[in-house]
Design a protein around this ligand. Structure first.
Ligand SMILES: [Zn+2]
Length: 236
């Protein structure tokens, strides 16, 4: 299948409800972006876990996934499981991030996620980043909410392994979950790889995609009156 090339990414925004969402949902893609775009600037915002061991875990994991990137991570201390009750704080925090440099890509939880905290972040993101490419990542967990994910991103074997290593190494607080293991995370990437004829992939939903298929015509073909010469331009 013909891929849509995202092109260079200089500014990346990552949003998560909980420490570990970003790594589980998009860890390999984040690593690909950092590898392909030296000097990548990353602004990450996580809504819960601030000021404690979970924030430390998140900082270590994202540092491992983003070698060489300029990472700015903010972890708020909102209560886990109660984000919809804190809509105004979420809106303010995401809005402040959106007033910074325009991102080339925003990664957020998927809008159809079964967890209310993930959905709250997913629903606010497009109201703040109104003119950005937003992709929703899928978060493997106990709830059976995995579904169709139309945007597939193949990832190299070594970065799929890097993701799994980062998750299993840096989030010891989550190791008690019976699904939180190497096999589960690799398996989901393997399934998504099957769906795009690759070994491993991560899958996303798209909030909105705008296609670019060549330059718009800028020179009239049948001028009726003499005009000054014009220079073709890409401006739209
Ligand atoms: Zn989560």
């Amino acid at each position: 299948m013909q891929p849509l090339d995202l092109g260079p990414v200089a500014e990346l925004v990552l949003l998560g409800a909980h420490c570990d969402d970003i790594a589980i949902g998009a860890g390999a893609t984040v690593a690909v972006l950092a590898t392909a775009n030296p000097g990548l600037r990353v602004r990450a915002l996580v809504m819960t876990g601030g000021g404690g061991p979970r924030e430390d875990e998140e900082r270590a994991a994202l540092a491992a996934l983003l070698p060489g990137a300029d990472l700015e991570l903010q972890v708020l201390g909102l209560p886990d499981g109660r984000l919809p009750e804190h809509w105004s704080v979420l809106k303010t925090a995401v809005g402040a991030l959106a007033r910074g440099p325009r991102p080339d890509l925003v990664l957020v939880p998927g809008r159809d996620d079964a967890h209310q905290d993930h959905r709250a972040v997913a629903e606010i993101a497009p109201t703040a980043f109104r003119d950005a490419l937003i992709l929703g990542y899928e978060i493997l967990k106990w709830e059976g909410d995995l579904g169709r994910a139309p945007v597939l991103h193949p990832v190299p074997d070594e970065l799929a392994e890097l993701k799994v290593a980062a998750i299993t190494t840096h989030y010891p607080s989550q190791a008690h979950h019976d699904w939180f293991d190497r096999e589960a995370f690799l398996a989901l990437m393997r399934v998504r790889g099957v769906q795009c004829h690759q070994r491993y992939a991560e899958a996303f939903t798209a909030e909105k995609l705008v296609l670019s298929v060549g330059r718009p015509a800028t020179t009239p073909t049948t001028p009726t009156t003499p005009t000054t010469p014009t220079t073709p331009t890409n401006k739209e």
